[in-house]
Design a protein. Structure first.
Lengths: 280, 268
C-alpha cells in the first residue's frame, strides 16, 4: 500500500527565482534564468519546452543532482518549507525520501546485473524498513504500481521485462521512501503510446489516492494537457507563459506557445470520440 | 489501369526462427505517400530494411517499377540502388562525424566528376534549406533538424524515385519536425517523389500520408486511405492506438483521466 500525503498549508515544493549557471570549457551558460513555481498537495505542475529550454536542468536543480563544481544555483528551492540551497545537507536527507525521480529511459535506468527484487528491496531498506520485511514491502509496492504476479517479477532481471514494466518498477522504487513529490523527467518519451497511456493513468491514480505532488518535465503537449493542473512553457531558461492546463492549451496568450501548439500535428476526433467530462 | 510504382506481395522477413515481417502486402502509387505505423517490434523498420535491401526477404515480392528486387544479388541490385534511398531516424548517429556536410552529400555521387559533385552537393544543401556556410561544417556543428536536412540531401543525391523514411522526424522538436515535414511535402510536389513513411506518430502520419498500413507483431492489421483509417478505424488494435495518441486540443476538463483509463486492458 501507499500512504496518503498529510494535508498541510505549506506547499510541497516552492521554487523562487531559481537560476542555474552551468560552467562549460570556455564560458558560463545561464541554463535557468529566474523561474518561480509552486506545487501543493495533489497537484501536478508541468514544465514544457523544446531541447535546450532548461526544463531538465530545472528538475535536476530541484533534486540537487547537478554536479557541484559545474553548476551554480541561486534563488530558493523549498521542499516542505526547508530551503535546499541554504541547508545543503537537507538535499541528501530528502532525496529519495521526500522527493523521488522517475527517469526518462527505463531501459537503462536499472542495473542489468542485479535482479529487480534486489534493486527494489535496496530502496525499501534505505527508506528504513528492516531486512526481514523488505521483500514483503517490495511486493506491496509492485502491487501499487499494478504489476501482475509481483512475487515472480522480483526474481527477474531488467532485460526480462518490457519497457512499460520497467517504468512501473522505477515508479515503485521512487515510491519506496514515501515521497511527497515525484519529479518525472520525460517518463514516457521512450515508450510506445499504448504503454505511455498506462503509465500516465498510473501516475494520475497514485495522485488521486495519495495526494502526491508531481513535477512533470515533458516536450509533449498531449502529455502536459492530460496530467497537469498548471503548465509553465519554458524557452531559453525562462517561463514564457504560465497558467492552468486548459488555459495554456486552449487560449495561449504568448506567441511562442501559439507557435508550439500550431506545430503539433492535429489528429482531431474519431468516430467513437465523445468529449470527456470530469466527474464533479 | 497503371501498375503501382511499388508493389509488395506476401513479404516475409525472418531473423532465424523469428518472423519479423509475416506475409505483408501493399502498393504505393508514384508520387504518393504510404505510412506504415505500429509500435516497437511490429516489423515496420524491417520492412524499410527489406525495401532498401539491407536484408534479403525470406519470401515474397518487392516489385519496384516492374522489377522484383526481393531476391536480386548485389550485382543485379547495383544499377537499381540509386532509385531507392533511406532517411534514418537518428540525425546524430547516421552521419559520419569526420566528414563535412558537402562530403556527406557528395559521397553517393562517386561516379561523377569532382566539380560536378561539388556543385550538386551545394545545390542539394540549398534545396533542403541550409545556408552555403554549411558546406564546410561537420555534423557536430549542426542542430538535430539541420542534420536531418543533411540526411535528406544525401538521400536525394542519387536522384531516387522512392524515399524510405524511418521515423525521420521522431527525434526532432515539434517546431523543427513541422519544418522538415513541410520540406518533404515541397520535395514531393516538385520532384514527384514517392515516400514510404514509417512512424509511430499518428498526428504526423495524418499530415503527410495518403494511405496507411497499420502493423502489429509482423502482420498487417488494417490498411486504407489515411483519412478513413484515422477517422473510422475498424480494427480493435487501430482503435487502441488511435485512442492512445494524445491530442491536446481534443481534451476537456482538468486531468481527464478517462482519456487513458479506457485503455487499460487494451492490447499489451
Amino acid at each position: 500500500m501507499v500512504f496518503p500525503i498529510p494535508h498541510d498549508s505549506t506547499p510541497i515544493l516552492e521554487v523562487t527565482d531559481l537560476q542555474v549557471e552551468l560552467v562549460t570549457a570556455d564560458r558560463v551558460v545561464r541554463a535557468v534564468d529566474g523561474v518561480s513555481f509552486r506545487i501543493s498537495r495533489g497537484e501536478t505542475v508541468t514544465i514544457i519546452g523544446e531541447s535546450g529550454s532548461g526544463k531538465s536542468t530545472t528538475a535536476m536543480g530541484v533534486l540537487q543532482l547537478l554536479p557541484h563544481d559545474l553548476a551554480v544555483l541561486s534563488g530558493s528551492v523549498k521542499v516542505g518549507g526547508v530551503d535546499l540551497l541554504v541547508d545543503t545537507d537537507a538535499a541528501r536527507r530528502i532525496r529519495g525520501r521526500m522527493v523521488s525521480l522517475i527517469p526518462q529511459d527505463p531501459m537503462t535506468a536499472l542495473s542489468p546485473v542485479h535482479s529487480v527484487g534486489k534493486q527494489l528491496t535496496g530502496a525499501v531498506r534505505l527508506a528504513g524498513h528492516p531486512r526481514g520485511k523488505a521483500r514483503a514491502r517490495a511486493v506491496e509496492l509492485l502491487e501499487a504500481v499494478r504489476i501482475p504476479r509481483p512475487e515472480e517479477q522480483l526474481d527477474k532481471y531488467p532485460h526480462q521485462l518490457s519497457g512499460g514494466m520497467l517504468q512501473r518498477v522505477l515508479i515503485a522504487i521512487a515510491l519506496a521512501g514515501h515521497p511527497v513529490l515525484l519529479v518525472a523527467d520525460e517518463p514516457t518519451s521512450a515508450l510506445d503510446v499504448t504503454v505511455q497511456a498506462g503509465i500516465l493513468d498510473l501516475l494520475l491514480e497514485l495522485q488521486e489516492r495519495t495526494g502526491i505532488g508531481i513535477l512533470m518535465i515533458t516536450h509533449d503537449l498531449g502529455v502536459a494537457r492530460l496530467v497537469s493542473d498548471r503548465i509553465h512553457v519554458m524557452k531559453d531558461g525562462r517561463f514564457v507563459e504560465s497558467g492552468d492546463a486548459e488555459q495554456v492549451v486552449e487560449h495561449p496568450r504568448e506567441e511562442y506557445t501559439q507557435r508550439l501548439l500550431a506545430a503539433v500535428p492535429q489528429l482531431g476526433t474519431f468516430d467513437e470520440d465523445t468529449p470527456v467530462e470530469v466527474p464533479a | 489501369m497503371t501498375e503501382p510504382f511499388l508493389s509488395v506481395r506476401d513479404l516475409v522477413v525472418s531473423y532465424g526462427d523469428f518472423r519479423a515481417v509475416d506475409g505483408v502486402s501493399f502498393d504505393i502509387d508514384k508520387g504518393q505517400t504510404l505510412a506504415v505505423v505500429g509500435e516497437s517490434g511490429c516489423g515496420k523498420s524491417t520492412i524499410a530494411r527489406a525495401l532498401v535491401r539491407l536484408v534479403t526477404p525470406t519470401s515474397g515480392q518487392i516489385v519496384l517499377d516492374g522489377t522484383d528486387i526481393a531476391q536480386l544479388g548485389e550485382k543485379q541490385l547495383r544499377p537499381l540502388r540509386h532509385r531507392v534511398q533511406m532517411v534514418f531516424q537518428d540525425p546524430y548517429g547516421s552521419l559520419d562525424p569526420h566528414l563535412t556536410a558537402e562530403k556527406i552529400v557528395a559521397e553517393p555521387m562517386r561516379d561523377r566528376s569532382r566539380a560536378d559533385r561539388h556543385a550538386e552537393a551545394a545545390r542539394l544543401l540549398d534545396l533542403v534549406g541550409l545556408p552555403t556556410s554549411a558546406l564546410d561544417r561537420r555534423p557536430a556543428e549542426f542542430s538535430g533538424g539541420q542534420r536531418q536536412r543533411i540526411g535528406i540531401a544525401r538521400a536525394l543525391a542519387t536522384s531516387p524515385d522512392l524515399l524510405v523514411l524511418d521515423e525521420a522526424t521522431s527525434a526532432l522538436d515539434v517546431s523543427v519536425q513541422a519544418q522538415v515535414l513541410a520540406l518533404l511535402a515541397d520535395l514531393q510536389r516538385e520532384r514527384g517523389l514517392t515516400y514510404l513513411f514509417i512512424s509511430h506518430n499518428l498526428g504526423v502520419v495524418k499530415q503527410i500520408s495518403d494511405r496507411i498500413v497499420v502493423m502489429r507483431a509482423g502482420r498487417l492489421v488494417e490498411t486504407g486511405s489515411t483519412a478513413d483509417v484515422l477517422h473510422a478505424p475498424t480494427e480493435g488494435y487501430t482503435r487502441a492506438l488511435r485512442k492512445a495518441a494524445l491530442d491536446p486540443t481534443t481534451m476537456r476538463g482538468r486531468k481527464p483521466r478517462d482519456v487513458v483509463r479506457q485503455l487499460q486492458g487494451a492490447p499489451a
